[in-house]
Design a protein around this ligand. Structure first.
Ligand SMILES: [Zn+2]
Length: 290
């Protein structure tokens, strides 16, 4: 690729400003670097562009959650201790944030958010093993935060998991956990105590956000990006879920999470198994014919 096609920090700042991100913003970010294009300097450049856009009075927050394992932990997994510098599975931007000298990490052992800026300590220090997994999202809503999801495949407005938890739906326990060190230095296993699950159906809400006027589409580099009001998206989600409790389910007939795991899932075990088998056979036939 020609050097002129590379995307610089200055171009990203211009795009973010044109998108309407004001100085001093409290910004929750989800980003697919691939969707943006070839960024000079990669994730670190995107992070610097975000920080310069919101300025010293602003705050950037990302999900920087840590992998957990089936319980009881096997010998290998029992050796993994979650710390404030544990890498995240959430992608390059999250890991660039973790490595930034001014970042603050949530104290929750698994749902470790990461933040930089004016409100970073306020948001992260209060998120402890005793907090709800998604309490940071509640705070972001209270503080009228903006979400930016960069890349169509990275759309995550931040409030949907919170809305599902707030509805109090019942789900089979996941039986997952991770070791961490308590404030007194003792190693303890933290057991997942929230529902979480499949997020492939979360895009079902997009047209509703648009008609409620809390989402606007912009361009960041080559990527389509959604800018949303977190207060607005939570309101839309709760209203819809009261009307239709299954609205956040994906439409994949092989998705165990949506078809079987919730108390209000309506799939049958045999149907899920049948569709999974068909998918495996199709995949094998494709491999044979290619
Ligand atoms: Zn699903």
């Amino acid at each position: 690729m020609n050097k002129s096609h590379h995307i610089s920090k200055e171009v990203l700042i211009k795009d973010l400003e044109r998108a309407g991100i004001p100085k001093g913003a409290l910004l929750h970010v989800k980003a697919s670097l691939k969707a943006i294009g070839q960024i000079d300097g990669g994730a670190a450049t995107l992070l610097h562009a975000l920080l310069e856009t919101v300025g010293p009075q602003g705050t950037i927050v990302v999900d920087a959650f840590v992998t957990c394992y089936p319980l009881p932990l096997n010998t290998k997994h029992a050796q993994v201790i979650s710390t404030e510098i544990s890498p995240s599975y959430a992608g390059a931007l999250a890991n660039a944030m973790i490595q930034h000298p001014h970042s603050v990490r949530s104290k929750h052992p698994i749902q470790r958010f990461c933040a930089i800026g004016k409100l970073a300590h306020d948001l992260m220090d209060k998120h402890t093993p005793e907090s709800g997994a998604y309490d940071v999202f509640s705070r972001l809503v209270e503080l009228d935060a903006i979400n930016i999801s960069i890349g169509r495949k990275a759309i995550g407005v931040g409030t949907t998991h919170l809305a599902v938890e707030k509805m109090g739906f019942i789900k089979k326990p996941s039986n997952m956990g991770l070791n961490y060190r308590t404030a007194s230095g003792e190693v303890k296993t933290f057991v997942v105590n929230w529902n979480g699950g499949c997020s492939r159906g979360f895009s079902n809400f997009l047209p509703l956000y648009e008609s409620a006027g809390c989402l606007k589409w912009v361009k960041i580099g080559n990527a389509d990006a959604a800018i949303t009001s977190m207060k607005g998206t939570l309101e839309v989600e709760l209203k819809k879920l009261i009307e239709d409790a299954s609205f956040y389910f994906c439409d994949d007939p092989t998705c165990k999470d949506c078809r079987l795991n919730w108390e209000h899932s309506t799939g049958s075990y045999f149907k899920v198994k049948f569709h999974s088998l068909i998918t495996i056979i199709k995949r094998k036939l494709n491999i044979l014919s290619s």
